[in-house]
Write a protein that binds this ligand. Structure first.
Ligand code: DON
Length: 563
């Protein structure tokens, strides 16, 4: 009962939050080409590459390295990501440059002698880092699809790091908030720590990072996974008690995978397969939405929000049970995407009353007989599209800088299920499918996605936000395809999220509005407000006349650039 009163309280609080989700606005429009990313300088770098005749993959490589400089909380060379591509001729591809568990990783490495989870061990410090995949991913993407010389794509990042760039207000604040962790988790003082506090407009110069980027510019993969950079990473591990070895670095390879594709209504969805959970979950959610009159119910009405939450509850239960690295665990992809199976998950769901998550478990799909993240979206002048989500996991990753090399290492190991049923930092639970094993990739929620309509490119979309990435991408797609919003309006619109466990709806302030909030409570849902926003998305919509509309998220410093 107490929970009910608490949620009622929050529902009332929502009245004050009802102001301002500007969904009636239009984003930046360009004629031919566009980049939307988390930082205006990175978007400009990408747009400049496109202007010089580079294709979408060239621009993606340049944006990835630029973000590693100007957006260090998630842009990275010490992390990993996923890239989904659709070429102008309709062919598709997906690159998995997700981090891997080091060779010395063990299933119980984050447990004490009693078998209890040691808090924060998978989340902060040297043991939290997986073997980085970003540089290999960019080299692979460039080798297969790039058209401009590699060095020209890395050079803008070298210059930004060497000359420095002005901090935005949000970035200065974030760096100040991290000061304590940076001191605690580093054996040598990183350049992000200054005597004073960072202020908006301060110039941030990253000289060591500039040198590392030069090595990558001049030697490609070997500039990171071998030689001086590799030695600096291994020395950092030895000082801080980490386990990434020279052999782990030399052996890292990203993997080209078959993108997950499927038709939902008028749209063909092209998204990331495992080790991302995003593509499967998104397809399941969109397929369920197809069966209900969401448009008639209205955007964020109680009927629509209730249905979406009930679907999310079941889809995330499947995620916890069935999804992990396909190179280690037999993920029943086809069975999970079977239309009858997806429908069966909604059997018996009340359209009036919330289900208790304890009463929901993962489904048993029929066996198949045969065998602080950031997103950027790019469309080039030829109509090639790239959708990339890349991450260190949480903001500034493990907080560990590779001393002498000037970059941060990820804390992606926390995306594994460190003990069955034990929630990770996003509250996600898992089991066997996502247990730690040497060389295994940890399950991800990153959902870089491309939509086609009538065989033509329609939308490029993705987001940051940990477990909320999937529901963010889901809502934005529905906002455009069902509720008729512009790309910018759809990105601006307030969001909510349910992930089976914990059993509550996270909602941005006022996203559901007072009436819906109250009715949802009455139906038995628990609602918790989410400060600081849910997700940060970057989308591009192809308008009927062929122009491009950008959706840059007002929750950050995001910007669209193009021509
Ligand atoms: O791969 C994942 O699902 C997470 N490591 C993503 C982290 C993320 O989105 C951080 N942003 N809040």
């Amino acid at each position: 009962m107490t929970i009910r009163y608490i949620t009622l309280f929050f529902a009332f609080i929502f009245i004050s939050g009802c102001a301002g989700w500007d969904t009636d606005t239009t984003g930046r429009i360009t004629q031919k080409a566009m980049v939307v990313s988390a930082h205006p300088l990175a978007s400009e770098v990408g747009s400049d590459i496109l202007r010089r005749g580079g294709n979408a993959v060239d621009a993606a490589v340049a944006v990835q390295f630029a973000l590693a400089v100007v957006y260090p909380d998630a842009g990275n060379i010490g992390g990993g990501g996923f890239l989904v591509l659709r070429q102008q001729d309709g062919s598709v591809d997906a690159l998995d440059y997700r981090e891997k568990a080091p060779g010395k990783a063990r299933r119980d490495m984050y447990l004490d002698e009693q078998g209890n989870v040691v808090e924060e061990l998978s989340f902060k410090g040297h043991l939290a880092a997986g073997v980085p995949g970003t540089v290999d991913g960019m080299v692979e993407a460039h080798e297969r699809y790039g058209s401009m010389p590699w060095a020209e794509l890395v050079q803008p990042a070298v210059e930004l790091a060497a000359k420095g760039f002005p901090l935005t207000r949000k970035e200065a604040k974030k760096l100040n908030e991290q000061r304590k962790d940076f001191i605690q988790y580093n054996t040598q003082r990183p350049s992000f720590i200054i005597q004073d506090r960072w202020r908006e407009g301060d110039n941030l110069r990253l000289a060591e990072l500039a040198h590392t980027l030069k090595r990558i510019r001049d030697r490609g993969r070997a500039g990171f996974y071998e030689g001086e950079t590799a030695e600096l990473i291994v020395a950092e591990m030895q000082r801080g008690g980490g386990i990434i070895s020279k052999a782990d670095l030399a052996g890292y390879r990203s993997v080209w995978r078959q993108p997950l594709t499927g038709q939902v209504g008028d749209y063909r969805i092209i998204s990331m397969p495992p080790p991302s959970s995003g593509g499967i979950a998104l397809m399941q959610l969109l397929s369920i939405a197809e069966d209900y009159p969401l448009k008639d119910w209205g955007w964020n009405s109680a009927e629509a929000a209730h249905l979406m939450v009930e679907a999310e509850r079941r889809v995330y239960a499947d995620r916890a049970r069935h999804l992990g690295d396909p190179d280690f665990y037999d993920v029943p992809v086809e069975a999970l995407l079977d239309t009858d199976y997806i429908r069966s998950r909604m059997d018996g769901v009340s359209l009036q009353k919330a289900t208790d998550s304890d009463a929901v478990s993962a489904g048993m799909p029929a066996p198949v007989e045969s065998p602080n993240t950031t997103h950027y979206s790019i469309v080039d002048q030829e109509g090639n599209a790239v959708s990339v989500t890349t991450t260190l996991n949480s903001s500034f990753g493990s907080k560990v800088f590779v001393a002498g090399a000037g970059f941060l290492l990820n804390n992606e190991m926390d995306d594994f299920s460190v003990k069955p049923g034990h929630p990770n930092s996003y509250g996600l639970v898992g089991g066997e499918a996502n247990a730690v094993a040497p060389g295994k990739r940890m399950l991800s929620s990153m959902t870089p996605t491309i939509l086609e309509r009538d065989g033509q490119l329609y939308m490029v979309i993705g987001s940051m936000g940990g477990s909320t990435i999937i529901t963010t991408v889901y809502q934005i797609i529905l906002n455009v395809t069902v509720h008729g919003m512009s790309m910018q309006g759809a990105v601006n619109a307030g969001r909510f999220h349910h992930q089976w466990r914990p059993d509550w709806i996270l909602s941005e302030w006022g996203a559901l509005g007072f009436g819906t909030g109250l009715e949802m409570w009455w139906r038995g849902h628990r609602i918790a407000p989410k400060n600081g926003g849910i997700g940060r998305a970057a989308g591009i919509l192809v308008l009927p006349d062929g122009r491009l509309e950008g959706g840059a998220d007002p929750r950050g410093d995001d910007a669209a650039a193009g021509f």
